[in-house]
Write a protein that binds this ligand. Structure first.
Ligand SMILES: Cc1ncc(COP(=O)(O)O)c(C=O)c1O
Length: 474
């Protein structure tokens, strides 16, 4: 391979051209990949090339065999799960991060990474109205952040676990709402606590955890000889985006000496708009807190912000310094001390670029616009005789279903809505996901992309009502 073909100039020019071309036609691509399982594997050689190939060939394969197998999360018609945006400043920052290719395990291995991370986390805390005294680290995902937080909680409850494991120790118990994310169970699995010891506390009619039932469950477990050690509250549950009563849960935690972790992975970022600060009320009482800028803060995946009021407990849980990682830098933060992970990318750059590009006013305006769009969509659902809302809409997610008059059998409604979803997603124009809410199959529409405007939502509503008409007449 000629060296010019692999020069920075040539590769960056090709990449820029490809990115711009993709961006210009993304809205015309089918949102959901249309390939069958194994399709891409069959297109690819089983073994690596012996000789290097020209970059034009890689980029051509990118268009011809990779893109057809991509579900386009950055498409303005992507309305499933939590809509997200890899915004231009964030994407460019990722390029810079890869170009620097630093590893911020210690302060000295990249002072800029360590210090920018601390500053940007402080900006994020200020933007959301969270305590600025908290210490934070950026991780890849909320799953990792919650695992780290619950590991610190385990450390506080049972310090011996770090050295001796859990064998012969107390029977630890952890509490979250029936609506909490599966990452809580996974953390319990990894930490040796076990899924059976994750107590899922019932929620009220609005999908919020019942703090009275939390207190009862803790007391019952204490009486039965368990050691309750942590509670996870959710601000913006995955299905309905409900907000647990954090302040009341914090009071229960205080009474029983339990660690309170708040999972605000999706909705935490909404608090950048002052009218959504209510959602984080009580979170200042938490021991740890996670929100994901890669969900609703226009930062490309991966970027999860984990805060704690107890950095020392995290250090006790995770710090382990072999000879080859000792350093003579005094009074600095070595990020490896707060996690089981050693290596870390320069993720703070993308959050920094996003803040610099939009400012807190621009970010608040984007959140506001998304919530307004979701409310407008919810209004169309409510006004329709054949559709109904299945949950309140506190943020930018609408859960609803097709409910033709006279059809009240839940199993048939679930089947019908499943067919409807397939038809809508098959159109390629929009993508919605699904969930169940108190046993009812729900269509789940989430606005989170900076390019999703009213036209895209009208388009989605048209596809949905048209699909219902077609299915209804079958
Ligand atoms: C409330 C909540 N917590 C945690 C997660 C897990 O996020 P991540 O993919 O960053 O691990 C999700 C994902 O949607 C979520 O909705």
């Amino acid at each position: 391979m000629k060296t010019e073909a692999l020069s920075w100039d040539h590769l960056l020019a090709l990449a820029a051209q490809w990115v711009l071309g993709y961006r210009s036609r993304i809205g015309d691509l089918p949102v959901l990949a249309r390939v069958q399982p194994g399709w891409l594997t069959a297109q690819l050689p089983a073994s690596p090339p012996e000789d290097g190939e020209p970059p034009e060939a890689w980029f051509s394969d990118l268009d011809n065999i990779i893109l057809p197998a991509v579900t386009h999360w950055n498409h303005p018609g992507f309305l499933g799960y939590f809509g997200i945006t890899g915004s231009p400043p964030g994407v460019v920052a990722d390029l810079v991060s890869s170009t620097l290719n630093v590893n911020g395990m210690l302060w000295k291995t990249c002072p800029a990474l360590t210090e920018l991370e601390q500053v940007v986390l402080s900006w994020y805390a200020q933007a959301l109205g969270l305590p600025t005294s908290w210490f934070g680290v950026i991780t890849d995902t909320a799953s990792t952040s919650t695992l780290l937080a619950l590991g610190a909680a385990r450390q506080r409850a049972f310090p011996g676990s770090r050295e001796r494991g859990l064998t012969g120790g107390p029977k630890l118990r952890l509490y979250c709402s029936q609506e909490a994310h599966s990452s809580v169970d996974k953390a319990a699995m990894v930490l040796g606590i076990g899924r059976e010891n994750v107590v899922r506390v019932p929620a009220d009619a609005q999908f919020r955890m019942r703090p009275d039932l939390l207190a009862d469950a803790i007391q019952q477990d204490r009486n039965a000889g368990y050691l309750p050690f942590a509670v996870v509250a959710t601000v913006g549950t995955t299905s309905s985006t409900s907000v647990d009563p954090v302040a009341e849960m914090a009071e229960v935690c205080r009474e029983h000496g339990l660690w309170l972790h708040v999972d605000a992975a999706y909705a935490g970022s909404a608090a950048v708009a002052p009218e959504f600060r209510w959602a984080l009320s009580g979170c200042e009482l938490a021991d740890s807190f996670v929100a994901n800028p890669h969900k609703w803060f226009f930062t490309p995946i991966d970027c999860s912000c984990l805060f704690t009021a107890h950095p020392e407990t995290f250090r006790q849980a995770y710090s382990l310094v072999p000879a080859y990682l000792t350093t003579d830098a005094a009074g600095v933060v070595d990020l490896m001390d707060y996690s089981f992970q050693l290596g870390r990318r320069f993720r703070a750059l993308k959050l920094w670029f996003v803040f610099r590009a939009y400012g807190t006013k621009g970010l608040a305006e984007a959140i506001r616009t998304h919530v307004a769009l979701a409310h407008e969509f919810a209004g169309w659902v409510e006004a329709s005789q054949d559709f109904e809302l299945l949950a309140p809409v506190p943020f930018s997610v609408v859960n609803f279903r097709w409910h033709p008059r006279g059809l009240d059998d839940e199993a048939r409604l679930a089947k019908l809505n499943g067919h409807l979803l397939q038809k809508v997603n098959g159109s390629g124009k929009v993508f919605l996901s699904h969930t169940t809410l108190y046993g009812r199959f729900a269509l789940h529409l989430a606005v989170g992309n900076l390019e999703t405007n009213r036209d895209w939502l009208e388009n989605a509503w048209l596809e949905i009502t048209r699909a219902a008409q077609t299915l209804g007449s079958c």
